[in-house]
Design a protein around this ligand. Sequence first.
Ligand SMILES: NC(=O)c1ccc[n+]([C@@H]2O[C@H](COP(=O)([O-])OP(=O)(O)OC[C@H]3O[C@@H](n4cnc5c(N)ncnc54)[C@H](O)[C@@H]3O)[C@@H](O)[C@H]2O)c1
Length: 324
Amino acid sequence: MRILVTGGAGFIGSEFVRRWLTSEPTAHVTVLDKLTYSGVEENLASVARHPGYRFVRGDVCDPDVVDQVTAGQDAVVHFAAESHVDRSITGAGPFVHTNVVGTQVLLDAALRHRVGRFLQVSTDEVYGSISEGSWTEEWPLAPSSPYSASKAAADLLVLACHRTHGMDVVVTRCTNNYGPHQFPEKVVPLFITNLLDGKNVPLYGDGRHIRDWLHVSDHCQGIELVLRGGRSGEVYNIGGGTEVSNHKLTGLLLDAVGADWDRVTYVADRKGHDLRYSLDDSKIREQLGYAPRFPFAEGLAATVAWYRDSRSWWEPLKTGGARG
Ligand SMILES: NC(=O)c1ccc[n+]([C@@H]2O[C@H](COP(=O)([O-])OP(=O)(O)OC[C@H]3O[C@@H](n4cnc5c(N)ncnc54)[C@H](O)[C@@H]3O)[C@@H](O)[C@H]2O)c1
């Protein structure tokens, strides 16, 4: 299968590309990535010599480059996005441009070149916040931040392309990911790297916000299952089943590096902060055999170890201050 992976130099996209090329010696993957602040081409160094690998630096909003890289593809796996909620609160423009306009540019090219399947990588944040129970795929979209609103808009454009043009599309909506190669502005790598540097960590509000954590490798397993076997025009939730408050997560990370609560600075809550995310992912489990493999405690310990051993990766990226 020849696939175009947008945003393949980012945290999740690079895991997907490494996994795909490692498991399939005859695979062909073209990565289209603008290499924004969160894109790191070195994330793909381990597969750079694979004969089926090609890297193109370019913008998903640029119709010319998108047209060139889309021709001849069997599938598009669309990760490229502005992905950090805090940045969307201080400046929504790039989120609308990349996440909404960029998705439509890709859809137009995929339609023109009759690409076999378009997979939109989305997020549970499009559903908003839920105090009790869990979202199924039928839940109405009620995004809270400019980031999640731009992802919801993109999801709707993708699904509209199916209804209008009959394009083969699938949408995945995943919970919060953690793992190696995550840009150190998001909460897990920000806290780990701050603690390793002897600095304090900034905890929003009272830390009662609940997230459902999933290892990045399990997310990519889910994407692969949907790419290969998902039903056209449908949405698949990908969950972790590990709901943890930010307070508890902070405690686990402090323990992992041997630090105390005096290293925590409580800061004013994020504007419009969603209280709880919780996905019902029985559809992908029952229909496609999805089952996350990384227990949270093990995955988190491995992630802390990776950051401890990979200072040369994160030190140059670290700007400090932002949180995910
Ligand atoms: N991180 C999570 O917990 C999570 C959870 C669910 C879904 N998602 C979704 O997964 C996708 C990837 O997220 P991530 O955490 O890996 O993000 P990331 O910020 O680490 O990576 C984004 C990648 O997209 C590239 N990019 C950004 N704008 C681009 C543009 N205009 N043209 C081409 N490339 C561009 C960046 O250079 C980077 O390599 C996003 O669509 C995000 O919404 C993320």
